[in-house]
Ligand binder design. Sequence first.
Ligand code: SAH
Ligand code: SF4
Length: 390
Amino acid sequence: MPEQSDQLINFGAQDAADGLKKPLFGLDAETLSKLLAEAGEPAFRGRQIAEAIYRQWVSEIYEMNALPLSLRAKFAAQGWRVGRPVIAHTFKSSDGTERYLIDFEEPDTKGKTAEAVWMPEGDGGDAGDEAESAPEGVRAWSRATICVSSQIGCAVNCQFCLTAQLGLQRNLTAGEIAGQVVAVLARQSARVGRDRVNLVFMGMGEPFLNYDNFMAAVRLLVREVGLSPRRMTVSTSGIVPGILRFASEPPDVRPRLAISLNAPNDAIRAEVMPINRKWPIAEVIEAVRRVPLRPRERITFEYVLLGGVTDRPEQAREVARLVRGTGLPAKVNLIAWNPGPGIDYAMPASEAVTAFHERLKGEGIAATIRQPRGRDIFAACGQLKRTVEG
Ligand code: SAH
Ligand code: SF4
């Protein structure tokens, strides 16, 4: 459409002349309505904008077809833009997993990317043990999991994790966190409400050290994008004040909770996760106990198996005792350690993984093994690091 491309050129020029860049993505419908009302426009225009960015996934103001062209032009001239994060680079794994470098366009961190991962037939943080056969039809996937980042880098310093090597570069805003999800949904032409898409906050960063932005992103994803919090899982390394705040979130916007346990006791945990010195296992469990669970909801304990360090048979029994002792409805999700350059741990032998799993089950603990996804493109757990080397 020639008219639209003219507008595109105009918008770009006015944008640049103004110099101001104000992202709409991240503002909820209510805030957008207020903004519009303040600008002397009818408030319902705000809801139309929310509809365009969160439901139709437009990435440019000129694509907001419900708005009069004059209003779109005015907005763009004032420096507003959709401001959704951009997928700057895609790595494709042989197993169908895709890893995305996400660029945020924020002037001072331009070029500093975070990462998101798309896992068709992904397991939502659980093991892929209940795989359903794809329904007849055109779709190559019947369900999928999206993994997003909450920070660029991470300050927590777990010894086995590649992201830790970056240190904390910065917190992501709510719009940047939710925007990764929408960018990936749009890339995959997913249909919200029809496709089984799970979301895990298990990418770069510690969500509970960026609590306000993380929860604001969840609210956007639930209320504006239309995703269910029961299909979302947030993983924390055990930030006690964050868990306590999480416990008081209303259930209609509270994702499921996963705790990175990763060791059978405080001594080993403090070695592999120095954060344990601040918040030891008992304190973490005490905080988790405050989270009011929904019917059938369980807490996930993630457990990274480090060869020779946390994968020994007697440690499986210790983990079983620990988990049983919490009295919580819980399951253990075993993750074989994924290697990364400069990290001095060993992958567990596959027999050790199986034996650990069997032993937990033998002790009456619900346990699954998380299949590594996209190891060949450094997309698997703990392999996310700002890199284009793949
Ligand atoms: N920062 C949060 C969420 C992101 S990490 C947290 O730590 O919980 C998501 C999961 O990947 C965590 O359970 C973490 O222990 C695990 N992980 C980190 N590095 C890993 C690696 N190299 N191999 C396997 N799992 C890893
Ligand atoms: Fe941060 Fe999680 Fe990696 Fe630990 S495992 S350094 S908390 S991203």
